[in-house]
Design a protein around this ligand. Sequence first.
Ligand SMILES: *Cc1c(COP(=O)(O)O)cnc(C)c1O
Length: 454
Amino acid sequence: MNPDQDLLGHAAARAIAYTATIDGRGVAASAPAVDGLAAFDEPLPDRPGDPTETLDLLATVGGPATVATTGPHYFGFVNGATYPVALGAAFIADAWDQNAALPVMSPAAAKLHDVAAAWLNEVLGLPTATDVAFLSGATVANATCLAAARDALLIDAGWDVQRDGLFGAPEIQVVVGERAHSTLGKSLGLIGVGRERVLVVPADDQGRMRAELLPDLDPGAGPILACAQAGEVNTGAFDPFADIADWASERAAWLHVDGAFGLWALADPTRQHLVTGLRRADSLATDAHKWLNVTYDSGIAFVQREGALRRTFASVAGYLPPEHGFEAMHHTPQSSQRARQIEVWAVLRTLGRSGVAAMVQQSSDAARVIGARLTEAGVDVLNDVDLNQVLVRHVDGPTTERLIAAVQEDGRIWCGPTQWHDETAMRVSVSSWKTTVHDAERAAAVIVELAHHL
Ligand SMILES: *Cc1c(COP(=O)(O)O)cnc(C)c1O
């Protein structure tokens, strides 16, 4: 092996050693590890140095100051772990360093795009013709879908946004649910329709849009863009898609669904009652770095209106049909891009259809166990645990804040806060493939122990 390969072997060994320790250590970075980050405060070197030493510094100083999100005991935000096959595929794909912008730049990336896209449509039960684009996360996937929606709605109204911009365009009527994810506003702002220039539909106690309160909008007053949600970030609740889709189709509205983690319920035969009508959406967004447990950053946009992504994102002659297969740079906001589809393909190929369903079921079973144990112990669970989220309040908001601080201080697990009905609650999100029902029992025992000590 030459020195370059020795260096890579060394890096791989360091990376593998990290994965071997992650399950057993405290979940949060220890205070000494965080203090140790000061070792990175070096002056910019004047001249070239030893790359092995750089990698060693990275591993020894950086590694301990990470949060153990890839282990079984992390329940914060909705942060997924990473399957070994995803990490392994990432190693190989990073070595390839392919630009996935155009098929001519990487036949391998182009082929794996097509295979991963077809498999995603199949495992989620979406029409085979659905356009699939790989992006950096759900925020950008939402924005990508919404930009395509904006342009399609306005083309139908006789206005070409790509040519003429939004000034003077017919006004789009934008409808969102009261519990839409905070980043949806960012996506709406980015596409120029405004974060707050929206009609907000009230939600029920689980955070589901109340479809009976959808406004009786007149499509004659401007095209309609409706944003629904699969998986409320605190409760995991699903909007009533069948009713929303009926409302949307009566008004020729574009229905978009943010399913950053909840969209994967489509793959679970035991959860089809939650997703009735969801497949009727014109566009859908999800993350693969959350529930599919690939590495960051990985989001996916699904657009069912043929040509809509291309109309918005083509750099040249957007009206032309694709001639040389799927050209990612003409279907996404980016031009150069890494081949995120490779890890998605690797996980789908390894799990298979039943394995994706089992991933959703395992996390949801673990969440149900946590919810049940907390309830038995007198700690309040505020949501119906139908998916992977458990929303917890102990006594009241301030006591819950003390419980969260105690959990984070303790270090055996990690959970974070949220606001629910204007008071603090604790969110327990099961998003790691490693978290089994056994780990859930342990996590619940930790929470109960700390709650009783308060
Ligand atoms: C996490 C999340 C997002 C944002 O996803 P990123 O991948 O962080 O951009 C959007 N919507 C919902 C419902 C989410 O859970």
